[in-house]
Design a protein around this ligand. Structure first.
Ligand code: FAD
Length: 321
């Protein structure tokens, strides 16, 4: 059972999720006695993948794919899977793969499951553990098709150099799959970039603000804290709906999912729809003036108090550290 991973990149650089996926695939490959091939799209230098266990990289370089288009990307992955006769196709559970992975599965007539956590529970029958009900429960899913497509939940497995990394050099091959005009039926017209310096998808730390910050003019203190921590900035839904922050920063059930190492929520009440999108984060810190705010129920650390007093003090302490 050979394994193909789709190693995501942004602006010509591999994303952290790609390295996590490679680490995961390597471990699965060891248990199945097979190798790992990665397919990349306009990813620039991909040699780093070998450190994490990738044996071969199919590099697609095509300007038409500069903007993410689910159908075209699905076609690329399908053709790579067919070329490698891959029986297991792995993607990361990212915003893009929500659209992409089901299309890949349909194209390969494969069974599919997303939000996979941990290594397969069993390889025969093939069973994996996944999160369900907005991360409130786990279930074991069995896939019985010949080809299987899985999307790995972010920041749940970790990034590990493979034990034979020193001697490993993955082969790289230019790969030119056929992409028809019909693949570009839906086209990205424009991209609104988050104003944060670090992208939410790749951040180890996210500093997030809610309506408790009162207005867009008060985001300076949050950005300063994020800057000191090397964190991405995010916000609750009403904040982006009100136009205080760009929509790209909205996190939660209907926004971006966040599975980071540290999530700091400032002036956010902790509504169920917000928590659903962030509760895979490892450590959650809440700053809220209302001791009854629901967010405290899921917080690892909580500070009851006025954000306008606490945040500048916290930033000053961290700067002095
Ligand atoms: P509020 O609920 O207004 O909370 C503000 C908080 O700030 C309060 O807890 C208050 O005590 C605190 N505060 C006030 N002043 C201060 C101060 N000086 N210092 C410290 N704390 C202070 N929401 C999302 O975030 N993401 C989603 O994806 C999402 N999807 C939704 C989907 C649906 C279908 C629906 C119906 C709702 C969705 N919502 C989502 C909205 C959600 O229900 C809440 O309304 C929203 O999360 C509340 O945002 P908030 O906490 O910023 O604002």
């Amino acid at each position: 059972m050979s394994i193909l991973i789709y190693a995501e990149s942004a602006e010509g650089k591999l994303k952290k999720v790609a390295l996590e996926l490679a680490s995961y695939a390597k471990k699965v490959a060891e248990s199945l006695g097979t190798t790992v091939t990665a397919v990349t799209v306009n990813a620039g230098n991909v040699s780093e993948l070998s450190k994490y266990g990738v044996d071969k990289v199919l590099k697609v370089n095509n300007d038409k794919l500069n903007s993410f288009t689910a159908k075209a990307y699905a076609d690329v992955i399908k053709q790579a899977a067919q070329k490698e006769a891959a029986k297991l196709v792995l993607l990361s559970s990212t915003t893009d793969s929500i659209y992409l992975a089901p299309l890949v599965a349909v194209a390969l007539e494969a069974g599919f499951t997303s939000n996979v956590v941990g290594l397969p529970v069993s390889t025969s029958p093939f069973q994996v553990k996944r999160t369900a009900f907005s991360n409130k429960a786990f279930n074991i899913t069995e896939i019985n098709t010949d080809v299987k497509v899985l999307a790995l939940a972010k920041n749940t497995y970790g990034i590990f150099e493979s034990t034979d990394a020193i001697n490993r050099v993955s082969t790289e091959e230019d790969f030119n799959p056929t992409i028809g005009d019909a693949d570009f039926g839906v086209k990205v017209a424009s991209v609104e970039k988050s104003s944060g310096k670090v992208s939410i998808a790749d951040a180890d730390i996210v500093v997030s603000g809610g309506r408790g910050l009162k207005g867009p003019e008060n985001w300076g203190m949050l950005e300063e804290l994020a800057g000191v921590l090397g964190a991405a900035t995010a916000c609750s839904k009403p904040v982006s709906d009100l136009g205080w922050r760009p929509h790209g920063e909205h996190v939660g059930q209907t926004g971006k999912p966040v599975a980071t190492n540290l999530y700091i929520a400032i002036g956010i009440s902790g509504a169920i729809q917000h928590i659903a999108g962030i509760n895979s984060s490892k450590v959650k810190v809440v700053i809220n003036s209302d001791p009854e705010a629901p967010f405290f129920k899921v917080a690892d650390y909580g500070v009851v108090g006025d954000a306008f007093e606490i945040v500048p003090q916290l930033t000053a302490k961290l700067k002095a550290f």
